[in-house]
Design a protein around this ligand. Sequence first.
Ligand code: ADP
Length: 474
Amino acid sequence: MYIEKMYINGEWLAANDTIEVHNPATKEKIGVVPNGGEKEAELAVSAAYAAFQSWSKLTAAERSKFLMKWSQLIEENLDVLAEIMTNEQGKPLQEARGEITYANDYIVWFAEEAKRIYGETIPASHPNKRILVKKQPIGVVAAITPWNFPAAMITRKIAPALAAGCTTVLKPSEETPYTALKLVQLAEEAGIPKGVINIITGDAPAIANVWQKDTRVRKLTFTGSTEVGKILMRGAAETVKKISLELGGHAPFIVTANADLDKAVDGAVASKFRNAGQTCVCTNRIYVDKSIEKEFTSKFAEKVSTLKVGNGMQDQVVIGPLINQEAMDKVKKHIDDAIEKGGTVCVGGNPLNEAEGYFFEPTVIANARDDMFCMYEETFGPVAPIASFDTIDEVIDRANNTPYGLAAYVFTENIKEAVHIAESLEYGIIGLNDGAPSAAQAPFGGFKESGLGREGSHFGIEDYLEIKYISLGL
Ligand code: ADP
């Protein structure tokens, strides 16, 4: 079930050294993967560079067929992929299945978009000239992905790259390499030619360093922390690579006096506790109009107290473990700090079965203040602080008062208010009466320090294309 090798130039390879992979629900070792480094990073680029010459020359329809075949195999292997994901990442099996389907949506979407990479003609200033604009693949793409979506973060990058005619070198997170390796094995089975997708596990900074310096790599795409994103952005400057970054978020969730409360409660639970709060679009802080604060808090707390925590392989579990001890410590730190600053824990607040796995109770904190860590640092865990507000303009200012700008949520049934708030928020994704806005056909990405570029949608393929202008003299 677990592939313990890297895939470079169509060959499955081991390395002298290995790194261990653990199940966060049991803390047990699942297996090992090669601890690849500079040598493998370089080999992968050479393979991708060679493969680019032929892959980029296929017709869009031919590339699309490979992607569709890959997607079909993923669908056929949905159960095994979901099981691998739950074991290495922790999310409940049902949620893991949902992620595989969502990941596959990106492959199908970009298989279709491959055929719609249109150019333009522009009226020239001289009768004997023509201005032609075409788009062509940028070249070798390096992708570095995180552990919170072990499948979707990969297909969201690899599918548009392949659709555009690019070839790829990929480094998945050391926490969740097995889902990625299985996806690549299915790509091989789909007949995607050698060198088009290469995957390396191992030493992240060493691998990234080689890719940043190599002039044959023309684009770097990364999802992860803002801190590492900034390191990569600086590194990419050396060879002026095109760069896409999906970084941290700090999503506000605004509930106005005109909200449908039940809808808002459901939306808040969905956006806060998915993946145990470990997504970059997860609600981080909830702002509720003072007039409905008590009612919202009690309904929300009641719902949260019913969420079952446990090993994601068990039925009825909706919140799995956190990824590791560091994540547990951060959640604890945020809760302790909130209590110290006057917050009231209404539900949860403690680790659970710590000896067994990295479980934490879903937690609701009332009377939150903006100077608490959880109100300005990304918690990445199941903690929902609730603060109240008096006026709409005040809450907009407080929501925008952050270096982040990925997702924000607004619940109101008043259309004027809805438009005003949605247009004033400095965020790339607005869930307006919607706690789960992500979709393959919609643009995903952030403002400010949440990143650069957009993934998914027809905009998503542009990041993998260069624009070429041909001035034709007659
Ligand atoms: P997270 O907090 O979600 O783990 P990271 O930014 O640490 O986010 O990790 C996201 C990805 O970036 C992972 O694949 C990780 O191995 C990789 N990574 C971590 N540090 C570096 C680095 N210095 N250079 C390049 N990649 C890195």
